[in-house]
Design a protein around this ligand. Sequence first.
Ligand SMILES: Nc1nc2c(c(=O)[nH]1)N[C@H]1C(S)=C(S)[C@@H](COP(=O)(O)O)O[C@H]1N2
Ligand SMILES: [Mo]
Length: 228
Amino acid sequence: MNNRLLVIATILIIFAVVIVVANIPSLSGLFTSQPVNLTGVEVTQYHGQNLSPISDLRDVSIDGTPSINITSYRLNVTGLVADPQSYTYDQVIEGHQAYQKVVTLNCVEGWEATILWQGVLIGDLIREASPLPNANTVIFHCADGYTTSLPLNYILSNNILLAYKADNVTLPLDKGFPFQVVAESEWGYKWAKWVTSIELSDDPNYRGYWESQGYTISGDLNSSYIGP
Ligand SMILES: Nc1nc2c(c(=O)[nH]1)N[C@H]1C(S)=C(S)[C@@H](COP(=O)(O)O)O[C@H]1N2
Ligand SMILES: [Mo]
């Protein structure tokens, strides 16, 4: 009788331990070969450099936060390309090399945030679509109707990222989920959020949302944002 109780008690204890361990990600990682997913952990430093919390990104938007259905979501590469592409969220992330970079976003409203961005190279996506020789401009179309543009050459020569994580956290919906352009050295209005389409164009004078209200097409952070 005592022995049976002991066996039952032992089984119950083993059960409890297994359930507890399985529910603690850092512990369950020890028992499986799966990497432990720390996607929710916001980092505050990178190689000794202090980062801004992602809450410093002020959710600037022309029309509030759009809703995104990630199941039906597609990122399209269109326009002056020989081979248009249409990627699911997972195809963008899993099918392309990931890169990380610390870059500061400066908004014309006078605030800034220094963030560790993780994303794919926009150039990798563009190259897969085989841009035509006359393409020189990249227009970003967004889920809220916003558009802005950047020179193709700037994107390729600066390894410009399309980010899906900020400070190691998956981009929150109000920060541009699923993807935001990390337009380093450019004013914040060039950092397209909620990107749905990357259009190759031959019009370097294309004016997006803020550019048509008098902001510069170049968007150069070292110049005034008001101008041609
Ligand atoms: N789709 C879309 N992207 C956008 C905007 C917008 O209104 N719509 N605002 C821009 C501006 S002015 C800034 S400063 C940054 C702000 O990015 P954040 O919300 O990550 O801080 O997003 C840029 N990208
Ligand atoms: Mo901005």
